[in-house]
Design a protein around this ligand. Sequence first.
Ligand code: UD1
Ligand code: CA
Length: 454
Amino acid sequence: MNIVILAAGMGKRMHSVLPKVLHPLAGKPLLSHVIDTARKLAPTRLVVVTGHGGEAVREAVGAPDVQFATQAQQLGTGHALAQALPLLDTSVPTLVLYGDVPLTRVSTLERLTAAAGANQYGILTVTLDDPTGYGRIVRDAAGHVRRIVEQKDANEAERQIAEINTGIIVTPTAPLAGWLAALKNDNAQGEYYLTDVVETAIAAGHAVVTAQPDAEWETLGVNSKPQLAELERVHQRNVAEALLVAGATLADPARIDVRGTLICGRDVFIDVNCVFEGDVTLGDNVSIGPNCVIRSAQIGAGTRVDAYTHIESATVGANAVLGPYARLRPGAALANEVHVGNFVEVKNANIGLGSKANHLSYVGDADIGAGVNIGAGTITCNYDGANKHRTIIEDNVFVGSDTQLVAPVRVGRNVTIAAGTTVWKDVPEDTLALNEKRQLAKTGYVRPVKKKKS
Ligand code: UD1
Ligand code: CA
């Protein structure tokens, strides 16, 4: 099968410089949703027709399996499809999708293409309470489709028809060039309507069949920000529903956003207002507190992530405790039972089994062994102003509060570092590291007193 995605429209009502089909839904361009759906149907040819912002569209969704055709002027849906003709395999049918209709299910498209088979013309239709604005499906007394009439060209009786054209069609490809070439634009919009092909196909002896989606939202398009917001909520509701059905507990299915893929083990709990981006995997019994942002991460079984924790491109072992207010940045790799507490930032660092950094620390470009305790306010000074260097802390080290580790530096196993130490030289194992400092106590000291305003 060939699949053609029409995406040349400019999307004036989005009031944006970004081409309409590149506006994101669930963090991904509308058009990418359609391309991903198309791929699941394993097309032999996949063609995107671009027009407005064509360069940006090609750049954003370009891939080896996607070909592009250009429609320089938007002269109508029939004219748009004609631009793709030279790229199609005439021996198999062509399915037409729309770059601004992002949520059509694969099963619906399979139903349509199965109904049409190799030689019939298939239309995805839906019956709406309010069909205003859509092309209407005109059937004869026997119920056979005769033609499609656009809202602007319809008479009063035709406007009463509630069954509408979603725009998604499948057609035999060999006769298509002739049918499209025969289109005229003598209609209310002065456009070459793809919908007019229906009558030509019937005249040429091809039966016209219809199929319906399971849900109306599958056929909804995006022309404006309100419609985009509406479809975003539809999508998020669907994702939440799927998570619930698979066994996750969501404190509120209306307050979770998944912009990517979220895979949950058994007995996962997710509190309100969490955002998941990229590919995120949560192991069994993971619990996520409210207001967490988790992007491209794997979190091991039994781990608890407390409120307001941010995680990006990181891995966390089992039975760890993170947050509240922890931040794992790219390259953070935490072993089992690690604790990372409030206002602790970890970047490009390995932290070994059972180690803890519970308060107010920066751990960057570091390799930390097992059983290490990182005291409050500890900083790895990883950056010398030009280059980054690593800090190595071996097993069972105790790092006193307010320690600075000036990298590159190595701290051997079982070392104790006194509070407030600046460690700028390697420390051999089993030793105490401290800086010489004196504490003075001056007698007779008088604190300054605030001057009175005159
Ligand atoms: C079209 C259908 C109408 C259907 C409706 C469903 C026609 C003539 N009418 O109407 O029956 O009910 O969709 O939403 O087909 N496009 C191009 N190039 C063009 C014109 C359109 O690429 O020259 C693309 C647009 O970007 C859009 C899609 O085709 O994604 C539909 O175009 P639009 O003008 O919105 O069609 P409607 O007038 O709504
Ligand atoms: Ca139009």
